[in-house]
Ligand binder design. Structure first.
Ligand code: T1G
Length: 688
């Protein structure tokens, strides 16, 4: 039968036509593949010797969905997409069966939903993750899944964009059968079975029947549950509209309505931003010029220091199945660390995320010792002691003597010079920074800091370890503050400048959080990190931007260290939000005003919200651009990932560098209305 480089059709006997998707790495259903697939489906439909078509995928995957790269080029009338494949299936009276072995996601899962039967191996997963790309399933998923499992469950699954394991999908009646192996053989047993089109079914609401008010109530509830359109909820609201069509309209009209809603989303800035994030994250491990080398195998690890960070890092290793020894001399620190470990694993068991046995195994893979002599067989050590160069150099000299020559020695320092630390050892090629973000066992971001002597194998091992630890690992050059904190200082400095011009910290935080979408405002972040930390850094590193913030030194002098001391830029009251809620403090505002007056800073309290956003985001973009220019960051996309995963930058804006580019583009197109929202005119769809 037909053979091409992306899909092939073979005859399996007994009237079965087997169509195999073979487009590595994820059998993406790109325009080119769909152009080959449509004629294959039509040929099978016309072939009187065929009664059943079985779809399957090569490369250990059914399909990762449509090719996300395609969305930057709008389809033409000739373009063939997954929708065209599915329409060809709908026109045929043959029986279609999906044989899933691996992931069936997005358009791949929608292809399976257009089949009459679905069989999968137990390791497979299905899902419609389009929402994570600022899209909605655009090949019938919003119309078929509600008909298959009810509107409510379908909407939840699509809003979360979650992957559902095969056994759970079977329980939800998404799959007809789960087998241990050979999905194709199992699928072939459905040959000749009667057609069972989901498009011919009716959508049940799937909630307690509220009678006449059911649909409007369910839909209204859903719209209230998701973020505002301008705060990253654009796709979610359109998805709800699509599911409403699945409830209220005949399939053909719902199918057309879905397409219109998809087309609104695919051209939206929010989707462009999220698709940028998708690819930027997959670029991280590609280090230009890094010679290909095998990473060192990490079978055993050690952490120096059982403080909050050290304990969190030990938990990360344990969760990745790597036994870890924690070196700590203070008994009370060991006790506190053990409590934190026990508490964390118990929480996972209580949440049903871990079995009691697994939790026990992992907690016990963390051991405590007081002496470096116990480190003779570890493959990597992560130092997490006090942020002081003399202390770190002493630790690294001891590690150099106590560990095997091939062991990698990493520092968790957040700002200190990796080259200076490496110079304290005879193995600078084995030294790098592994900067975890607090809390280390929760935050996904990891900065891998390469010193000038860090060897290719050491860096390659760091990148591989980041993946194994399930971190989003970004390679950084060895410069003050690396990537994230370097930019944070500029961002904070800009926020304080606005405060010195008479804009209250509370308003600045509100604009950057509620209007722009940050997880926290700049002043709340400073209070959380600790103003003493900022002050220590600004005093110890000459010429850092923090030197420009006298208010921080003043607040520290007054003992206002931030959340941990009950007062910083804001006040904190244990009775309010468990002492974590920022309460505006007129005393601080007066102090800022007084310092600004003494410095002769012109007041500009009526600056617009848009100007606040522009100045704060520009401070980030300018400092990010400098990091790329000087080679500290490899790519602007890397910086975007750092800020989304490490500092709560809103993903629907794509990160500081993507956002700045988008703003510049808009301004170049003469659109100077500073927009924080991305809603296009939501044209009322008069007809589907
Ligand atoms: N399109 C294009 N490239 C893709 C891709 C996709 N859908 N999925 C993966 N890649 C590339 C990825 O960039 C990387 O490239 C390589 O494959 C390996 O990816 C019409 C509109 C499938 C679970 O959102 O979740 O269908 O770096 O490192 O860890 O309604 O990839 O090697 O050059 O992630 O094994 C919906 C996205 C699309 C799924 C595999 N589908 N992909 O994970 O490999 S829109 C998705 C994933 C759509 C329809 C709608 C994961 C994976 P490179 P990887 P992995």
């Amino acid at each position: 039968m037909s053979d091409s480089n992306k899909v092939r059709a073979t005859d399996a006997g007994d009237g079965i036509r087997l169509i195999t998707l073979d487009n590595p790495p994820v059998n993406a259903l790109g325009y080119a593949l769909c152009a080959e697939l449509v004629p294959l489906v039509e040929a099978a439909a016309k072939d009187a010797t065929v009664n059943t078509v079985v779809f399957t995928g090569a490369n250990g995957m059914f399909s990762g969905g449509a090719d996300v790269n395609d969305f930057s080029t709008p389809p033409t009338a000739e373009t063939k997409t997954v929708r065209d494949v599915i329409e060809a299936m709908e026109r045929s009276n043959k029986t279609f069966v999906a044989a899933i072995d691996g992931n069936a996601l997005g358009g791949g899962f929608e292809l399976a939903l257009a089949c009459d039967y679905r069989v999968a191996t137990s390791k497979s997963r299905v899902g419609l993750p389009e929402i994570k790309l600022g899209l909605l399933p655009g090949a019938g998923g919003t119309q078929r899944l509600p008909r298959l499992i009810g509107a409510n469950d379908a909407l939840q699954m699509m809003l979360k964009g979650e992957m559902v394991k095969a056994p759970d999908a079977l329980a939800k009646k998404i799959l007809d059968e789960v087998v241990e192996s050979d999905a194709v053989a199992a699928a072939e047993k459905y040959a000749g079975k009667p057609k069972r089109r989901i498009s011919a079914m009716k959508t049940e609401l799937g909630v307690a029947n509220l009678g006449l008010f059911a649909t409007p109530f369910v839909v209204a509830q859903a719209h209230m549950m998701v973020p505002l359109e301008e705060n990253g909820g654009f796709a979610a609201h359109k998805l709800i509209d699509a599911v409403q069509a699945a409830i209220e309209l005949p399939f053909a009209r719902g199918w057309a309505r879905e397409m219109r809603l998809f087309m609104e989303l695919v051209v939206s800035p929010q989707s462009a931003a999220l698709r940028h994030v998708f690819f930027a994250e997959r670029e991280l491990s590609k280090v230009p010029g890094l010679p290909k080398t095998e990473p060192l195998e990490i079978k055993k690890a050690a952490v120096i220091g059982a403080g909050t960070m050290g304990t969190g890092i030990a938990i990360v290793f344990a969760e990745a199945g790597i036994p870890v020894t924690v070196i700590e001399t203070k008994d009370e620190a060991v006790e506190k660390s053990r409590e934190m470990i026990f508490g964390m694993f118990k929480y996972q068991v209580d949440k049903g995320r871990l079995s009691q046995e697994d939790a026990w195994k992992r907690a016990n893979s963390i051991s405590f010792e007081t002496d470096f002599s116990e480190l003779g067989d570890v493959d990597i050590v992560v130092e997490a002691v006090f942020e002081s160069m003399p202390v770190k150099k002493e630790v690294f000299a001891k590690l150099d003597a106590a560990t095997k020559p091939e062991a990698i020695l990493a520092s968790n320092t957040s700002t200190l010079d990796i080259d200076e630390i490496a110079a304290a050892t005879k193995r600078p090629g084995k030294v790098l920074g592994l900067h975890f973000f607090a809390p280390a066992n929760i935050m996904k971001l990891l900065e891998i800091v390469r010193g000038k002597e860090t060897s290719p194998q050491t860096l390659t091992t760091g990148i591989a370890l980041g993946k194994k630890l399930r971190k989003v690992a970004v390679v950084s050059g060895n410069a003050f503050g690396f990537i994230g904190n370097r930019m944070l200082f500029e961002y904070e400095a800009q926020a304080v400048q606005l405060a010195e011009e008479g804009v209250s910290p509370a308003r600045i935080d509100k604009v950057m959080k509620a209007k722009f979408g940050f997880a926290m405002g700049p002043f709340a972040v400073a209070d959380l990190s600790g103003l003493d930390v900022y002050n220590f850094i600004s005093q110890s590193q000459h010429g850092t931007p923090l030197g420009r913030i006298p208010i921080i030194a003043k607040l520290v002098e007054q003992g206002r260290l931030g959340q941990k001391s009950g007062a910083g830029f804001f006040k904190y009251d244990k009775a309010v939000g468990k002492g974590r809620e920022a309460i505006p403090d007129p005393e601080v505002e007066q102090l800022i005003a007084q310092l600004a007056k003494e410095a002769g800073i012109p007041q500009n309290p009526n600056v617009t919200d848009e100007e606040i956003i522009a100045r704060c985001t520009r401070a980030l973009a300018d400092s990010g651009a400098e990091l790329v220019r000087t080679g500290v960051a490899l790519r602007p996309g890397d910086i975007d990932i750092v800020w989304i995963y490490g500092y709560g930058f809103p993903p629907h804006h794509g990160g500081p560098m993507h956002y700045a580019k988008e703003v510049a583009l808009r301004q170049a197109q003469g659109d100077n209305t500073p927009k924080t929202s991305h809603t296009t005119e939501t044209k009322e769809l008069t007809h589907a």
